[in-house]
Design a protein around this ligand. Sequence first.
Ligand SMILES: Cc1cc2nc3c(=O)[nH]c(=O)nc-3n(C[C@H](O)[C@H](O)[C@H](O)COP(=O)(O)O)c2cc1C
Length: 386
Amino acid sequence: MSNKKWIINNAYPSVTDLRNKAKRKIPKFAFEYLDGGCNEDVNLIKNTTDIRAIELLPSYLSKHQGSTMQTELFGHTYDAPFGIAPVGLQGLMWPNTPEILAKAAFDHNIPFILSTVTTSSIERISEITEGKAWFQLYHPAENKLRDDIINRAAAAACPVLVILCDVPTFGFRPRDIRNGLAMPPKMSLSNILQILRKPEWAYKTLVHGQPNFETLKPYMPKNLDLKQLGKFMDQTFSGRLNEEKIKPIRDMWKGKLVLKGVATEMDVEKAIRLGLDGIIVSNHGGRQLDAGESTIKPLTRIAAKYGDQIKVMMDSGLRSGPDIARTMASGAAFTFLGRSFMYGVAALGSKGGDHTISLLKTELQQVMEQICCEEVADFPNHLNTL
Ligand SMILES: Cc1cc2nc3c(=O)[nH]c(=O)nc-3n(C[C@H](O)[C@H](O)[C@H](O)COP(=O)(O)O)c2cc1C
């Protein structure tokens, strides 16, 4: 039996419990921004159900020497094969969310990826994580801004730069449109009423002050209203990535370079040709292309075909330790989760990061011991292919 124990809050022993609590605690427009997918949520739902169709085979009569979740990735040994995916506007869900999650990731020795459009800066997060946090770059329309942000990430000692290819255009998200959070955003009477119904959120947000895009602050005109902000973001970023845009980034960035949002073999081959170090097979958590594949399908094909040429990681749809185990068994070298950690902080505030990581570690360790998987590289040997 294992002696590994992480302390969890027994009232929330699953991500579903955290999600339910988050829903009760934060205003509807903020919860729906976090929780929803695009269009009819088809891909959002498939992401999880398709992962859960995967089965693992236990080896009950094998000798078990102990199980370790330690995973080597880009020259660092992490304590678990999962990390925190980049999420924008985190301070809308709870004040200081990026700081809370970055600190918890640092304490648990797992990677935290900071989004360009979240509410803390590269420099602050680098300080909290002693230079261990990764940075995700939304592609700026102008090269000067691109170079400036990349230089800041390098100066902050970020080991990994993540570039994003699955937001060539804004996703069509009916909830955000109804709530006035689409581009350009607007604050409606209904949103104000929703805030008044969540006094703890309102108080904490008021005390903390309005969330800002801290990494982008030096480039933004002061005192923008929501409509002007929408216009600024629209003009400043041009999400459509291509090989010509990736080449100069590869030349400039001396650390590891990862392409996130990969969904096809064709794009993996381009990433390999461009000299990238890794890819994250992802559909943005079902927020961009409702008619696309769930991520576990391309992950399985891509890991089998290219796993020895480039690090093949995955996110989208994972909500538990067993989901991480199923994804690793399908060939992923590493996994990331987005919403699960956000539900944790929205539900439990400053304790949410630590609790969610502890919960996922506890669940994953249990699966490994249950099936007699001693190290993460052994997961594929437990995949039910029958
Ligand atoms: C509210 C929200 C905001 C997001 N913002 C970003 C972002 O700024 N940059 C990015 O690369 N991905 C962003 N993503 C996608 C996540 O990085 C990740 O791909 C996704 O959440 C994984 O799916 P999961 O939530 O099912 O775990 C966002 C996801 C959510 C839910």
